[in-house]
Design a binder for this molecule. Structure first.
Ligand code: FES
Length: 231
């Protein structure tokens, strides 16, 4: 885990949102299939690789949820006349998040980015309670770890002066995430500060951890809003 946000040193990497169609991935971004793992009590505790795909320069990932060749687009979005309009706010993360100040650290929380991966709960307690009790170094460390595991970047842990974020050191890559509690799988987990380009040509805020909708049902497109949990 590192202190501070990762700079984007991979300027040719990008995910482009197409109108009513797939995500075009450019720059040879590694793609893998991962599942959320759970501890014996059923709390999310990590990720396990299911498959690594061969690295290719560019590819198209299904955004509508209808492809029969998932995670890749097979053109089914046309038959389904899928709209796929982007609906997410452009407000920067730090302008939309709640700030929870604890004695040993600060937690920021932007609830509308939640992908329901459930890393915010553990047998030691939930991330909000652990933050409030972060005068205890073990609870502080546990809260930081829970926040860093959040794939959506909903949660970010900071030092107590909120000068530096604790971010996991993630190489740029995309995980097609499976969730053992969802029949519809999970989102696309973009790691390592990959720019996401809107249909209008503008770039969303570049962040180390981002989850994109791949079921087509999110009301916060292109971001996952956990709608896959209702499938
Ligand atoms: S976006 Fe093309 S099949 Fe889903």
């Amino acid at each position: 885990m590192g202190r501070g946000r990762k700079e984007d040193s991979h300027s040719n990497l990008k995910v482009i949102i197409t109108e009513g169609g797939p995500y075009l991935v450019e720059g040879g971004i590694p793609l893998c299939h991962e599942t959320i793992t759970e501890d014996p009590e059923g709390y999310s505790n990590g990720y396990a690789c299911l498959k690594k795909y061969d690295i290719v320069t560019s590819y198209a990932l299904c955004r509508c949820g209808h492809s029969r060749k998932k995670p890749f687009c097979d053109g089914s979005h046309v038959k389904h006349m899928w709209n796929g309009k982007e609906t997410a706010e452009r407000t920067q993360y730090l302008k939309q998040c709640d700030v929870i100040k604890g004695p040993g650290m600060v937690l920021t929380d932007a609830e509308n980015l939640c992908a329901f991966a459930r890393f915010c709960h553990s047998k030691q307690g939930d991330v909000w309670g652990l933050t409030e009790e972060s005068g205890d170094p073990q609870k502080c460390e546990a809260a930081i770890q829970l926040a860093c595991n959040c794939p959506a970047g909903r949660l970010t842990a900071w030092d107590k002066d909120m000068k530096q974020a604790f971010e996991p050191e993630l190489e740029p890559g995309i995980s097609v995430l499976e969730d053992p509690d969802s029949r519809a799988g999970g989102p696309l987990y973009l790691k390592g500060g990959i720019p996401v380009i809107s249909q209008d040509g503008t770039t969303y805020e570049v962040r180390n951890r981002v989850t994109l909708c791949r079921c087509g049902k999110s009301r916060n497109k292109p971001f996952c809003d956990a709608s896959h949990m209702n499938e």
